[in-house]
Each structure stands twice: as C-alpha cells, then as structure tokens.
Design a protein around this ligand. Structure first.
Ligand code: SF4
Length: 359
C-alpha cells in the first residue's frame, strides 16, 4: 500500500499524495548553452520524462531559464549549489522547482531569501542530501555517511525550512550504496509526510547502474515509499535513464496504460528464433506508440508444449511451433495456428484490439 504523502505542485504536475509517480532526469549540457540544453529537454520529454532538472550555476544559466521554460512542455527544476542568488533568480525567471541543500547555501539569511522567492512564486524546494553533503558533525557522530547520517542531515535541512514556515518540500536522500539509500529513505518515510524523490546516486554505467537503481528504487516502491524517481546513469544517451525508470515503474505495477512484454528464456524445446521474435514485438509496440486503456501483458514463448500454459495469465501471446506459431489468448480462451511469417502482424492486431478494451 502506497504511503500517502503531502501533495506538492510542480508546474502543471503534482508530486505526492495520490499523484502518479513521476519520472525525472537531468540535462548534462551547461545551461548557458541554450540550444544544447533545450535539445536535451525535448529529447527527455519525447522519451516520457515528466520533469527535467537543469544546472543553474551562473548568470548565463539563469538568463536561459526563462527561454527554456517557454520552449519546454514539462516542468523544469533548477539545481543550485552554494550560491543562493542563482536559486532566487531562477525562481524569478519562472523555474518550477528549486533543488538545494540549505546546508551549503550559506547562512540562514541566504536560505530565507531562497524561501521568500519560492513562496512568492509558489514553487517547491527539493532538499537534496547525498553521502557527500552530510553535515560534518552528523558525519562525525554517525561515523560516516550511514543511513542514519543521511536521515539526520535531511531532517536538519527540513527543520531549517520549517522554521521559516515553509513546507512546500520534497526530500531526497541518495547514496551510491543501495542498502544505505533504502534504509535512509525508510527512516525519512517513517518520520514525515513530505513526498520523497528516490534515486541511487553515482550508480555508474548503464549495465550496473540500472541494476542498482532497480533494486534501490524498486525495493522502496514495492514497500509503498516514493513519489518521484530518477535513475542516474553515466551515459551519453539520456533516454536510457527515462526508459530504465519506466521499466522499474512497470515492474512494480506502477505504470498505467502500459504493455508488458514477457518472454521465456528458451530451452532445448525452442523451435523459433525467439530473440528476434520478442525484439520485433517490442519494436512494433514502441513504433506504433500504442497506449492501451488498461495495462496489457503480451507473451512471446519459445514452444507450444509449455508456452501457452506458462503464460496463461497473459492477455494474448504467441508460442513458437515447428512451422506455425500458436496465437493464444487469456487462460486458453482461444488458440489459433498461424504461419510464422504472419505471427508478429497477427499478434499486433490482437494487441490493438485489446488496447481499446476498458478494464
Ligand atoms: S516456454 Fe517452452 S521453450 Fe520456453 S522455456 Fe518454457 S519449455 Fe522452454
């Protein structure tokens, strides 16, 4: 059961409460490069990203916030470190959310200026604490960047904003250690009702980064914790972060209007090139941008002996035979032999038909 958190508005979207779990990512261009940054934002949008974060670390970046907002169709977040003035100016330039760590913005007066600007513009602040930004005395007390240290540090930051009577807050506590990240988020979730932004930081190259993120983010989501997610990868292809985030949500049954393609690992009974078949089905679904009214499960199985039985709960599926392929529907409601060369097209027809069905 999902934990009900406070709902925080960000542009025309909302994080927390009963809102869908939003996918975030971040551009990696200098925000002073308007064309490059806008290109990445549009690419992220196209891949299905809900919120994009941009670095705001100089006045050229601040100046571009206004134009980026004009050309972006999804909410934008300003990522600010150390200099409170960039946060204040980004708020005035129309940014939808500010990500700061109040502890590194300087004295209370600076934090107040950021809070005042956010209050005036009605935009939230994400308190982002990670292993590298835990307060020194907490680090000492906890003997390192433990889950407890991340939790205490984040709550200390929260108190700074609450003392200024500001509670339009989203919290993130990130670590590159999956266990630490999970435990820290559990502690925060028990302690308060602010929405949580989940992510494993410095997760690495895609191959290991996706696994770490899936375990860290997925464990929390299946416990009902988390309101927005970011998969952080070292990659030139930003879309990978969004695609991985979508797959994590889908695996946790938290993605709506989704088509889940399941396929078997193949074995000695397999009589078709299942890798090509399953890839073609995925590609066709992606290409046709099918958005079913309810979630669908589509099976691509390697043999007719066990395939339909193993995938009996799929809405529709195909199983490879010697020359023909078997097209089958939910719980064995129907079976039809079709020539292998028509298999993908016939399956797609069924998927399109089922996509129109209400749940
Ligand atoms: S469905 Fe058939 S081919 Fe695939 S793993 Fe099971 S038995 Fe093997």
């Amino acid at each position: 059961m999902r934990k009900m958190t406070k709902k925080v508005r960000i542009g025309d979207r909302a994080i927390g409460g009963d809102s869908p779990i939003l996918i975030q990512s971040m551009t990696c261009t200098p925000t002073s490069d308007f064309e490059g940054t806008l290109g990445q934002i549009l690419e992220l949008e196209k891949a299905g990203c809900d919120i994009a974060r941009v670095t705001v670390n100089n006045m050229d970046a601040v100046r571009n916030v206004y134009r980026l907002k004009e050309n972006s169709h999804i909410p934008l977040v300003a990522d600010v470190h150390f200099d409170y003035r960039f946060a204040v100016e980004a708020a005035h330039a129309g940014i939808d959310k500010i990500r700061i760590n109040p502890g590194n913005i300087g004295n209370k007066n600076n934090v107040k200026k950021v809070v005042d600007a956010c209050r005036e513009k009605n935009i939230p602040i994400r308190i982002g604490v990670n292993s590298g930004s835990v307060e020194r005395n907490i680090l000492f007390e906890c003997k390192g960047p433990t889950a407890q240290a991340l939790y205490l540090s984040a709550m200390a930051e929260v108190r700074i904003l609450e003392e200024l009577d500001f509670n339009d807050i989203v919290i993130s506590v990130k670590s590159s250690d999956v266990h630490t990240m999970i435990e820290a988020n559990r502690l925060i979730s028990q302690a308060c009702d602010y929405p949580l932004h989940l992510g494993v930081t410095e997760a690495g190259l895609p191959e290991s980064g996706i696994v770490k993120s899936a375990i860290g983010i997925g464990s929390l989501l299946t416990d009902g914790i988390g309101d927005t997610i970011r998969v952080s990868l070292t990659t030139r292809d930003l879309k990978q972060e969004v695609i991985a985030a979508k797959k994590i949500l889908a695996a946790c049954n938290l993605l709506e209007h989704h088509i889940d393609v399941i396929s078997c690992p193949t074995c000695g009974r397999t009589q078709v090139d299942l890798v090509s078949l399953a890839s073609k089905v995925e590609e066709e679904i992606e290409k046709r941008q099918i958005r079913p009214k309810r979630n669908l499960k589509v099976a691509v199985m390697g043999c007719v002996v066990n395939g339909p039985g193993e995938a009996t709960w799929a809405d529709v599926g195909i199983a490879g035979g010697t020359k023909d392929v078997l097209l089958f529907t939910h719980e064995g409601a129907s079976f039809k032999k079709i020539p292998e060369e028509n298999a993908v097209e016939r399956l797609m027809e069924e998927i399109v038909r089922l996509s129109e069905e209400e749940s």
